[in-house]
Design a protein around this ligand. Sequence first.
Ligand code: PMP
Length: 358
Amino acid sequence: MSRFLSSRYEDLEPYVPGEQPQDQKYVKLNTNESPFPPAPNAIAKAAEAAEKLQLYSDPDCRALAEKLAAHLSEENGIPLTRDNVIITNGSDEVLNFAFMAFCSGETPAVFPDITYGFYPVFADMNGVPYREIPLDENLQIVPSDYSGVGGTLFIANPNAHTGVALSRNEIEEIIAANPENLVVVDEAYVDFGAESCLPLLGKYDNLLIVQTFSKSRSLAGARLGFGAASAEIIRDLNTIRFSTNPYNINSMTMAAGIGVLEEDEYTRRNCREIIVNRRYVQEQLNAMGFELTDSTANFVFMKHPQVDGNRIYEEMKRRGVLIRHFTKERMAQYNRVTIGSREQMDIFLTVLREIIEE
Ligand code: PMP
């Protein structure tokens, strides 16, 4: 720490992202990226946009915001316009904006004790208190634990890192039970088999839905996410955005996002393939004696009754397969494994079999 660091940040413990090794080639199943390249149209459009990089990007993200609003309206049967969406540099950015805009000393952040590890960091970073509500003994969110929480609620659905999803009805129960507070539903993994709460936007004004282009839409490296909500909520978030970085989306990413939306069938096909591969991996892991949460995300969360979770992680890494291990209590025996291509999953299963048979 330099002697110049503001005392506000002296104790800040930054978020630790999953490893992105640049040296060795791993079968990389640690950060829930897509095994499929971006849609061809997205690549072509980004390359075209590169020719105009001497110009600033559109701070209103107009073309993408309009396209996205039309796409979401059609998919969910709700009338959204570009005033109902904010486009951000990954969904992490809109989540951070939500902590900045909607949490304070009087309005703490509230989230489950096991969930996306960035939530407590965003809270600390913004100097707001937070309260964690424990998952039950089966690592499930119990909706009735979330009535009248008295703060801004953040729920990842499906939840990180368990992959377990609540139904839309269960989330609706939570939204209805917190009319005085905003409920942020982080749908980073929703496209792999869970129900989106986007259709509820017409019915509730205390709802902010967050999604990303990093997973099902194969654009993790482009950094693209969005929030969808009432025009008032989006205006508040834009106040924060324009006060931090109005050019938060670069022109190539904007163009790539449009390309992805124009090739929606490509995204859908990839999701179907991930779901098939997940079922295959779940069956194989069950047969090997692993305990799994009921994941509907593009990852599984697994533990073995006899073999130590950290040992599995270390041994897999030594043999060239990267998975994610967490040390937090209650998770320390688990590993999270991204569902990739069938070929990647066969390598993963072969190496894992070797380790547990040793
Ligand atoms: N929410 C959840 C639950 C996540 O797991 C992630 C990915 N780490 C994000 C949000 C952020 O993803 P991105 O910033 O790439 O959109």
